[in-house]
Design a protein around this ligand. Structure first.
Ligand code: CP
Length: 311
């Protein structure tokens, strides 16, 4: 595996989940990363991804270099052929080749910019990096996907051990327009399992058909939550009115009352979460969100181990 950016980069998802669960039980099972370096480049903020990816690399014996490119690096240019007489100082082409001299695996976080849908959905930053870097690439969340989060989510669901679980994936309110990466990614990963998935969101918040295609979709949140084993919650901005927040009818906050419709449903969220906006305190407290966050370590460790074994 020389890149980990979306589910199709993984040959056997179920084997990767098993490997992650094994590494969770025995984090120091392998020192395959000894004398190897993981460089982590952030163009956007992070808590979980930064700490869990660093920890995953260290558990395998890797050295880690973390660079907050948005704060500490030169302003990057992503446009091919750009005449760089403006504010950008270093082309991604040069940065990618230079960073590749310093590490064995390169991980990057680069959110959707919400300026141009085509540009975001073409993954301009990530694809430039893949083109110009000479080491394997791990996405720590790109414009359209968050594969490390999705793998951890699948590990969390697998650990509960419900056969053919019923999963409601619900939109929730948020004061800011948020990217589609987490929900897109969760949908493409969960489709590789036997889960029965229903997607629910208000009108105007339909996702790209590439991700929502083939799923049950309803505008009735309560219908989706009925008998659900898991309630996967996320806010996202409109895809059709790209990056906007069209008006929403009714209350979409996940409440304790709504959770009563589920079958002892486990509430899931990638975090960070706006309490009492996205979901009530009572729903978040006692949910499995911290287990999801914990599983970010072992799942990333499984990815890095696979990469080091095959490169
Ligand atoms: N879930 C997640 O990716 O969290 P961070 O943005 O804090 O890394």
């Amino acid at each position: 595996m020389n890149k980990f950016t979306q589910v199709s980069d993984v040959e056997d998802v179920s084997a990767l989940i098993k490997e992650a669960i094994q590494l969770k039980a025995d984090p120091f099972l392998s020192d395959i990363g000894s004398q190897k370096t993981l460089a982590m480049i952030f163009l956007n903020p992070s808590l979980r991804t930064r700490m869990s990816t660093q920890r995953a690399g260290q558990n395998l014996g890797m050295n880690t270099i973390v660079m907050n490119m948005d704060k500490d690096g030169w302003a990057l240019e992503f446009e091919d052929g750009a005449i760089m007489d403006g504010n950008t100082v270093e082309h991604i082409k040069d940065a990618a080749q230079v960073i590749s001299q310093y590490c064995d695996v390169l991980a990057i976080r680069s959110f959707a910019r919400f300026e141009d849908r085509e540009e975001d959905y073409n993954e301009q930053v990530l694809s430039q990096l893949i083109t110009h870097a000479s080491v394997p690439i791990v996405s720590m969340e790109s414009a359209t996907r968050h594969p490390l989060q999705s793998l951890a989510d699948l590990v969390t669901i697998a650990e509960i051990g419900i056969k053919k679980p019923k999963i409601a994936v619900t939109w929730a309110p948020h004061p800011k327009p948020l990217p589609h990466a987490v929900v897109n990614s969760f949908l493409e990963w969960i489709k590789t399992t036997d889960a029965d998935v229903t997607l629910t969101h208000p009108e105007g918040y339909e996702l790209d058909e590439e991700f929502s295609g083939g799923l049950n979709v309803t505008y009735d949140q309560k219908e989706a939550l009925e008998d659900a084993d898991f309630v996967y919650t996320k806010s996202w901005a409109s895809y059709t009115q790209y990056g906007k927040r069209p008006p929403v009818e009714g209350n979409w906050t996940v409440t304790a009352d709504k959770m009563k419709l589920t079958k002892n449903g486990r509430f899931m969220h990638c975090l960070p979460i706006r309490r009492n906006v996205v979901a009530e305190d009572a729903v978040i407290d006692g949910s499995i969100v911290y287990e999801q966050a914990k599983n970010r370590i072992c799942s990333c460790q499984a990815v890095l181990k696979k990469m080091l074994e095959t490169n």
